[in-house]
Design a binder for this molecule. Structure first.
Ligand code: DHB
Ligand code: FE
Length: 272
């Protein structure tokens, strides 16, 4: 199953990122200097250690220009760098393990009750999947009225909002847990996701001889009042690319083992 992603879809991830205010942050001059100096020193060291030539330097410049013009900065950074930012954030996080947000989150999706079916097309393709579980606190007490934002690719590896021909809000929702913190979400099994092969990120992956795949996954942000929200992803045991995720975002604790198309997972949130 090969999903063909268009540069237009990546461009839309770029526009969406720009329009969300979530990137605004106050950073001191000292912090900017420390981090940017370290980044530049890293680049300088690579140039020295690998005898980078003028033609290679010019090719890198051209590629970086293409990356920006193609709107692929969010996609490139989320695949190749976000997992380390998450690793650092996770140093201070208890409870369910986090994973990367990725470029395809969209806020304000349909609100759904604890037992629900995600919005989908009447002829939505793919194996049915029932995803259920409970949201709890560190003492394992249930969190009633917790919210699970869930979004995932369809059976061809495409996300609504970032692919032509998929209705807005498809396979996305905001689910509220019941009085026992429980939820039961009916959806379809997502396919592995392939980084768009026709844009600059895909060209780089091809030029380096890497593979462009992420294993099939569900995206989640789980929130409960008074608790620290968790952004994570869940994978499927034995699925293709689970052991070779191009985005390096798989953690063993985040792998589901569905039985008869039913997957169960409990989330644990720490206090805010
Ligand atoms: C990318 C896509 C994803 O679906 C994801 O979860 C992480 C990263 C990407 O293309 O950058
Ligand atoms: Fe994803």
């Amino acid at each position: 199953m090969t999903a063909v992603h268009t540069p237009a879809a990546a461009g839309s991830a770029s526009a969406d990122f720009r329009s969300a205010a979530r990137s605004s942050v106050d950073v001191s001059a000292e912090r900017v200097s420390t981090v940017v100096t370290a980044v530049l020193q890293g680049v300088h060291e690579v140039i020295r250690a690998h005898d980078v030539t003028y033609p290679e330097f010019q090719a890198a410049k051209q590629w970086l220009m293409d990356l920006g013009e193609g709107g692929e900065w969010p996609l490139f950074l989320d695949v190749f760098a976000e997992h380390v930012v998450e690793e650092v954030a996770a140093r201070t996080q208890d409870g369910t393990k986090g994973s990367i947000l990725g470029p395809y989150y969209l806020p304000d999706q349909k609100e759904l009750p604890s037992v629900c079916t995600l919005p989908m097309r009447p002829d939505e393709q793919g194996t049915p999947l029932v995803f259920s579980g409970q949201v709890k606190d560190l003492a394992r007490l249930p969190l009633a009225g917790a919210q699970l934002e869930i979004w995932h690719a369809d059976s061809e590896g495409y996300y609504s909002g970032f692919a032509p021909d998929i209705p807005a809000g498809n396979l996305r929702g905001v689910v509220t847990t019941d009085s026992e913190g429980r939820f039961e979400i009916t959806t379809v099994q997502p396919a592995p996701y392939q980084i768009p092969t026709d844009g600059p990120t895909g060209r780089l992956i091809g030029a380096a001889g890497w593979h462009p795949w992420r294993p099939a996954h569900l995206h989640l942000i789980v929130r409960a009042e008074g608790h620290r929200p968790i952004t994570t992803q869940l994978y499927f045991a034995g699925g293709e690319h689970v052991d070779s995720d191009v985005a390096e975002a798989v953690k063993p604790e985040l792998v589901l083992t569905p039985v008869d198309q039913c997957a169960v997972y409990d989330f644990v949130l720490e206090p805010a």
